[in-house]
Design a protein around this ligand. Structure first.
Ligand code: CA2
Length: 145
């Protein structure tokens, strides 16, 4: 059976490609979705990319993934640095979790240097632009093989 990977995106990432291109680049989340769907097909993974500005919605999707997906790739956006609730939700998920950040958070403000999610993540990618999603998906392919 084809394995499914949830690609979850937190607050404000709906604006990707539309604001602050100097930090986040010109690609939109729809572009990321298309690239991941195409790569997923190539490596035998079904992808479902979701974005919400609401913490509770992200948590609900993580719960949904417990039954519906074998792996989670997550860019929690600002929730990375604030949310024990997202960490707790990820701790209820049994499969691999990969954390993606478009920008190099370690080169930015000190409040971006700590991630609650990293305590659960099996791998972290930061500073590769939106290419980080495809890199994470390739890694997910290996982890789920
Ligand atoms: O680098 C990343 O991917 C971040 O997760 C992005 C978050 C930020 O709070 C994290 O520290 C690092 C911000 C997402 C906001 O996305 C926007 C995209 C385009 C325009 C405005 C905001």
């Amino acid at each position: 059976m084809t394995k499914t990977v949830y690609i979850l995106n937190g607050p404000n990432l709906n604006l990707l490609g539309k604001r602050q291109p100097e930090i986040y680049g010109h690609d939109t989340l729809a572009d990321v979705e298309a690239v991941c769907a195409e790569l997923g097909e190539k490596i035998g993974l079904k992808t479902r990319l979701l974005q919400s500005n609401w913490e509770g919605q992200i948590i609900d999707w993580i719960h949904e993934a417990r039954d519906a997906a074998q792996g989670i790739i997550i860019n929690p956006a600002a929730l990375t640095h604030t949310s024990v609730a997202v960490l707790d939700a990820l701790n209820t998920f049994d499969g691999p979790v990969l954390e993606v950040h478009i920008s190099n958070v370690h080169q930015r403000e000190s409040f971006r240097h700590h991630s609650y999610v990293s305590q659960r993540a099996d791998g972290v990618i930061a500073g590769f632009g939106v290419e980080g999603y495809a890199l994470a998906l390739r890694r997910m392919g290996r982890l789920l093989a």
